[in-house]
Ligand binder design. Sequence first.
Ligand code: GDP
Ligand code: MG
Length: 436
Amino acid sequence: LSDKLDKALHVLKGHGSITEVNVAETLKEVRRALLDADVNFKIAKSFTTKVKEKALGQNVLTTLQPGQLMVKIVKDELTELMGGDAEGINLSGDPSVILMSGLQGSGKTTFSGKLANYLKNKKTKRPLLVACDVYRPAAIDQLHVVGDQIGVEVFSDRGNNDPVAIAKAGIAHAKANGFNVVIIDTAGRLAVDEAMMTEISNIHKATQPQETLFVVDSMTGQDAVNTAKAFNDVLNFDGVILTKLDGDTRGGAAISIKSVVNKPIKFIGTGEKMEAIDVFYPSRMADRILGMGDVVSLVERAQEQFDEVEARKLQKKIAKNQFGFDDFLKQIQQIKKMGNMKDLVGMIPGAGKMMKDIDIDDDAFKGIEAIIHSMTPKERSNPSIINASRKKRVAKGSGTTVQEVNQLLKQFDQMSKMMIMMQGGGGKKMMQLMKN
Ligand code: GDP
Ligand code: MG
């Protein structure tokens, strides 16, 4: 997925602004990437349409590749689509009843344990697990194993095959014994059917839970949407638990489910262990789906640091071929302000891989700055006057060698020519030139 988006955003590179033409190509790829992540076709389509509207109105700062700006827009939209801030669980009841629903194998029993453990660790909560999967004796055993592991009591009734009665008895047991949270684990089936829906609906009516959670395996992709819809139609559940987000996961389910049932995703499961539970953060999920590392923070930092007025001035100078070492120095300072060089390069999509073997020194600019500082103002604005004796003086003053001075002058000359061609592209390009 990451590679695909890298490619998609590559299309935008070298273009000075986001235009109808270059955005279309990119969005086609973004859409394809979303479909690959199992996002529903209609949702992927409406998503890219929305992104396009936003993107076309954007003013592209010169330090930013339009592609990077696009990543930010795409990410922001994805985050919004998956819901705003993380939403907690309603624990207002006494006891608070939490009902698990979902297909067999989705991870209900495991998550029941994880949530009990999570709440227990909050100290003020004393959870009770209730075993309402009456169809397989092994299911009751499984919940007991989980309960033992985390030191949480499990209420079960092996002779009883009425889950509604067990759920009610469990709540009564909690009330009588000072438990303030009741987590009801239920039976699922391999696919949605009438009997399962009737049963979960009956348990729901009888227990009046503060929180009804729909547990779904994130690997199930497109099917997850239909299942979520079926359960929501019957239960009008409060939140979604996305399990098995460890391993080779398709985060796309998160987007689809959220947009179809419009219920928040509250927790994610990231492994079989009881500790493998995390609060759901839409922006982290967007990162994961985009597989883009920290491009977004690079874009944000650049936006903060870059002075657009300065950029316009520079562009004019370049156009008139008046770009001198003073301007160069300013550019270096601009780049340095944005942070650690290695970090910055690492944030550029695709560059992380490419640049792995190249050592980028944070001090890379030190020698260059020293040399420029040793030049007279005249020399800085008109480097062509720097003859052999001036070179010697500059080298001496900056503690470098004539060779190094020559190298910088050569690079600067090449760069100036390039700058004219690209009309004031960003720091990244300049860096690349300096490396060559
Ligand atoms: P239930 O039928 O809905 O109760 O599902 P279970 O809780 O029994 O889980 C089914 C299988 O998925 C079990 O083997 C669990 O260990 C596994 N499982 C549950 N949640 C996760 C998760 O977040 N990550 C991984 N890797 N496995 C999980
Ligand atoms: Mg189970």
